[in-house]
Write a protein that binds this ligand. Structure first.
Ligand code: URP
Ligand code: ZN
Ligand code: ZN
Length: 484
């Protein structure tokens, strides 16, 4: 007689985006095949002992092994990035295949598959970054690649080597609409940043804190509104990524309340870092926290929490962009006192994303566990066409699961993390929750503080057409948080 299950997780206090229930989870061939009480035999068992079990996290925004620019290289490749993700409870990552200007999308995709090779220990899909949207790209390549499972495309409104003109953005949105793809927008006004940067440098202001002064909220607010206007014009859904604070949120809520399909993402750095982390006049170690948009003030952190509570944000991603601090190919590529505009933008966070949100969101009662599951997994799966294979605890879904340990506190410190970056911006923060066990398609990849995954076990996922739930319409006015 065949043994019915490869693995049963007993006494799981399951949380989905919709509800919570206690059950045994039966797993066969990496898939959840039963949910019930007193499930019969299996080859192996794990007793969850009533601990929370959630769908594995899906990190819908992380950067690994992107091509070197001006001698600057990312610290994480497809070995260390997915490993770090798994140790923090993430079982699917969606990094970016970047199109260099002059490159075809096909070449970019092929190149990324080569870079991944046999390295990823967890499943992965790709977004594409579009930097050169000529006629062939929009009329031929984007339609073909969308059919092949690359259904989301990030575009930039800033960075000289990446940004698209307004006309190119509109053309890209029209191509996305015609092919059922989703456009993710990095919304910051490039010319305002350039103008401010020039003045700051002329005045001799080079320290990391001036990074934030060169990218104030208004540059994000303006670009967010402009991007929304283009989406309305073309009549297409859009995701605004890494939203940092109130002014951009107001534009997004305004659009959502008009019934536009404008979705928003935020990230840990806008809850757990602030302008204070960008240091003082001579604090160049603060390059560790340079990312764009920059961290804002504590009042804006509270608005981001409010936006998570009110479902203004559909997804919570890490925007893991790994550059080591002391590395001459990382944050220190331009010496130990680099001008802020020369520092590689981005911070690591793929491993700490879920423990931080679980500890400070769920365990403090700021958000429900269902909201946690929605924004870290279910909505991400829906946003990028991976649902219901990913993002749920349901019969037929992949057995990507996290069993949580909420009984002991620990302090985040870089030596405990599994990325290849030499620092974490969250050093010293206490967390009360961390995955006890992470399972990727039924296989344990993290347990008792040990990485147990196998490079190459991760599969490439072809994304279906994005099917995000309609953004919430806010009947109540924007709740003002208390100024500090
Ligand atoms: O500073 C950031 N966010 N770096 C990563 C690249 C991006 O724009 O998301
Ligand atoms: Zn971006
Ligand atoms: Zn990013």
């Amino acid at each position: 007689m065949n043994t019915p299950f490869d693995l049963i997780i007993r006494n799981a206090r399951c949380a989905t985006a919709a509800d919570t229930f206690t059950a045994d989870i039966g797993i066969q061939d990496g898939i959840i095949t039963a949910l019930g009480n007193h499930l019969k035999e299996s080859l192996e068992e794990i007793d969850a002992k009533g601990a929370w079990v959630t769908p594995g996290g899906i990190d819908g925004h992380c950067h690994f092994a992107e091509p070197s620019k001006n001698g600057i290289e990312m610290a994480d490749n497809f070995l260390s990035g997915p490993r770090s993700a798994a140790c923090g409870g993430t079982t699917t990552v969606i990094p970016f295949a970047v199109q260099q200007r002059g490159q075809t999308l096909r070449d970019a995709v092929n190149n990324y598959h080569r870079i991944v090779g046999n390295n990823s220990c967890i499943d992965y899909a790709f977004h594409m970054i579009l930097t050169d949207v000529n006629e062939k790209v929009l009329k031929e390549e984007l339609p073909t690649l969308t059919k092949e499972g690359y259904t989301s495309f990030k575009i930039y409104m800033t960075y000289e080597d990446m940004k698209l003109s307004d006309r190119d953005i509109i053309n890209t949105l029209a191509a996305a609409r015609d092919n059922g793809a989703l456009v993710m927008v990095h919304a910051e006004n490039s010319d305002c940043i350039a103008w401010l940067t020039e003045r700051l440098l002329e005045a001799g202001h080079t320290a990391p804190k001036y990074h934030a002064e060169s990218r104030p909220m208004l540059v994000e607010r303006e670009a967010t509104h402009r991007a929304i206007t283009f989406a309305e014009l073309v009549d297409v859904p859009m995701l605004i990524v890494h939203v940092s604070g109130r002014e951009a949120m107001e534009q997004i809520r305004w659009a959502q309340n008009k019934g536009l399909k404008i979705y928003a993402e935020t990230c840990p750095q806008y809850l757990f870092l602030s302008t204070d982390d960008l240091g003082g006049e001579d604090d160049y170690e603060a390059t560790k926290c340079i990312c764009s948009p920059p961290p804002r003030d504590p009042e804006n952190q509270r608005y981001i929490w409010e936006g998570l509570q009110a479902d203004t944000f559909s997804i919570f991603s890490s925007d893991h962009a790994p550059f080591s601090y002391a590395d001459p190919k990382g944050k220190s590529a331009h010496g130990d006192k680099p001008a802020f505009n020369k520092v590689a933008n981005g911070i690591p966070g793929v491993e700490t994303r879920l423990p931080l949100l679980f500890s400070y969101g769920v365990m403090t009662g700021k958000i429900s566990i269902e909201q946690f599951v929605s924004i870290t997994s279910t909505n991400v799966a829906k946003m990028y066409g991976l649902y219901p294979r990913k993002g749920s605890i349901a019969i037929g879904s992949d057995a990507d699961l996290v069993i949580w340990d909420c009984k002991k506190s620990q302090t985040i410190t870089n030596s405990k993390l599994h990325h290849a970056v030499d620092y974490t911006p969250y050093e010293g923060i206490e967390v009360d929750a961390w995955p006890a066990i992470t399972l990727s398609r039924g296989k344990v990849v993290w347990q008792n503080g040990e990485f147990l995954g196998t490079p190459g076990n991760g599969r490439f996922l072809r994304c279906e057409k994005p099917e995000p739930a309609r953004p919430k319409v806010h009947s109540t006015p924007f709740k003002r948080v208390q100024p500090s």
